[in-house]
Design a protein around this ligand. Structure first.
Ligand code: FAD
Length: 433
């Protein structure tokens, strides 16, 4: 029996296991799954731990071409595992009325309104599971695969080295070192170090590497964006701003909360929403895409420095919070207005994001918001909140033809940025395995 190691138990590995199962290949292998989280709850599941918005879209989620029928299959899998949907006896999917769902920009009038103001509205079909239901969903998936005698989950085992060769060596922080016939690396964005180390040893593993998204998490009262939230829950738009940079919204959370995202050596911001426990605010990311040219070759380094700079200004382990009026005039915020932050005050310092973000980034964000005001009245109220920095890394784009017996899938491959795309990536790789 051939031996496989899967590194990480997140969206991409779930898709990979599902793909092996569907191809009826799962029994052909002895599979070890290494997960650095101490247990299922402790595992760093990103969007499978917080929020859980499932998108079906050709326009967002990653740079792979994933057929819509595969995306639909993946989303249906999560929905059934969450208990919010089930197949009836005719194999038709029945959705619970508790499930939040919708189509972004299905409403033609709204589409036109944004389009006429120069925005590019992004279409997608989506479902929202919510942070509270995700734990149950992932547990149901784990229960399904842990029933297999040939699958061995190794929680609390962080893989520190993968050495490709005819037999691939997998070494962990506990000192274990084992050989495998094939290895699937699915460590997500947070596991980027493992992939970076592989790239150091094999530079041709990378196809391209020149982008990073820098920006803020924006928070405002629900009532300002209520009609948008009701219409489509997730509103995604892009705009080419006067600086020439493209700015986009990302991860809209109606009634949501702003959260911290912690990396090994810095903190950034993020957001999520629960299924039931709602707040009075909506938050979303405003991200400015920075693309560089030669000799620049370190977008992760650049983004990390900006995040670290914003942490330094707060004394180290906090993020910066600023009101929009102060952000525009580059003044430190000393007092908040009517909008109560949803991030716990122990995690932020009132400050000035202008001291951390580059000028062109700031100008792009201001131009974006001022133009958005012409479509969404109230978005530029002086006391709306900006948290920073929010940074989205595009991992190195990996050439998966480089090694025959090592595949790098999901967000750490640089090809995906969402649950649906990462899961589908794993699912498709399993089919060719
Ligand atoms: C706060 C947050 C909210 C998000 N919300 C959404 C959303 O609503 N909808 C959406 O589509 N996307 C969302 N995303 C993005 C989404 O989570 C990712 O695109 C997706 O989970 C990527 O899947 P993956 O399998 O590549 O990585 P992950 O799901 O992150 O899984 C990687 C796994 O590998 C483990 N790991 C890492 N390094 C090692 C190592 N060295 N050894 C062993 N194990 C390791 C990690 O602990 C983790 O469990 C969100 C991300 C974050 C951070």
């Amino acid at each position: 029996m051939k031996k496989i190691a899967i590194i990480g138990f997140g969206a991409a590995s779930i898709g990979f296991l599902k793909g092996l199962q569907e191809e009826e290949k799962i029994d052909n292998y002895k599979i070890d799954i290494y997960e650095k989280g101490e247990n299922l709850e402790g595992a760093g599941f990103g969007g499978l731990k917080y929020d859980g918005k499932l998108f079906i879209s050709k326009e967002m989620g990653g740079d792979l071409v994933i057929p819509l029928n595969i995306q639909k299959k993946v989303v249906e899998y999560y929905l059934t595992k969450s208990g919010l949907a089930k197949f009836d006896k005719n194999k038709k999917l029945e959705l619970s009325n508790k499930l939040e769902k919708g189509d972004s920009f299905e409403n033609g009038e709204l589409y036109k309104k944004f389009y006429d103001a120069d925005f590019e509205p992004v279409r997608s079909h989506f479902f929202h599971l919510g942070t509270d239901l995700l734990i149950e969903t992932v547990k149901n998936i784990f229960d399904e695969f842990s029933k297999f005698n040939n699958i061995n989950f190794l929680f609390g085992e962080e893989v520190i080295k993968v050495i490709p060769g005819p037999e691939v060596v997998v070494a962990t922080n506990s000192g274990s070192e084992k050989n495998y016939d094939k290895v699937v690396v699915a460590v997500g964005r947070r596991g980027h170090k493992l992939v970076s180390d592989m790239v150091k040893d094999h530079p041709d593993l990378v196809l391209s590497n020149d982008k990073v998204d820098l920006g803020v998490r924006f928070e405002l009262p629900n009532h300002i964006v209520d009609y948008l939230n009701k219409e489509m829950y997730e509103f995604k738009i892009r705009l080419k701003t006067k600086t020439g940079y493209i700015v986009r919204t990302f991860c809209n959370n109606p009634g949501g909360e702003v959260t911290l995202e912690s990396y090994d050596d810095f903190l950034t911001v993020n957001g999520h929403a629960n299924t039931t426990k709602k707040t009075a605010n909506t938050n979303f990311a405003i991200l400015v895409t920075h693309s560089f040219t030669q000799p620049f070759n370190d977008p992760v380094g650049y983004g990390s420095y900006i995040a670290k700079l914003s942490n330094i200004l707060t004394g180290g382990d906090k993020v910066i919070l600023q009101c929009y009026e102060d952000f525009k005039s580059s003044k430190r915020t000393k007092k908040l207005g009517r909008v109560e932050p949803t991030l716990d005050p122990k995690h932020f310092i009132l400050g000035d994001l202008n001291l951390a973000l580059p000028r062109r980034t700031i100008e792009s964000i201001i131009d974006f918001l001022e133009r958005l005001e012409t479509v969404v009245k109230g978005v530029t109220y002086p006391d709306n909140l900006l948290y920073g920095a929010e940074v989205k890394f595009y991992a190195n784009k990996i050439n998966n033809d480089f090694f025959e017996n090592v595949k790098i899938i999901g967000d750490c491959s640089g090809w995906t940025r969402s649950i649906t795309y990462a899961t589908s990536h794993g699912y498709l790789i399993a089919k060719e395995f």
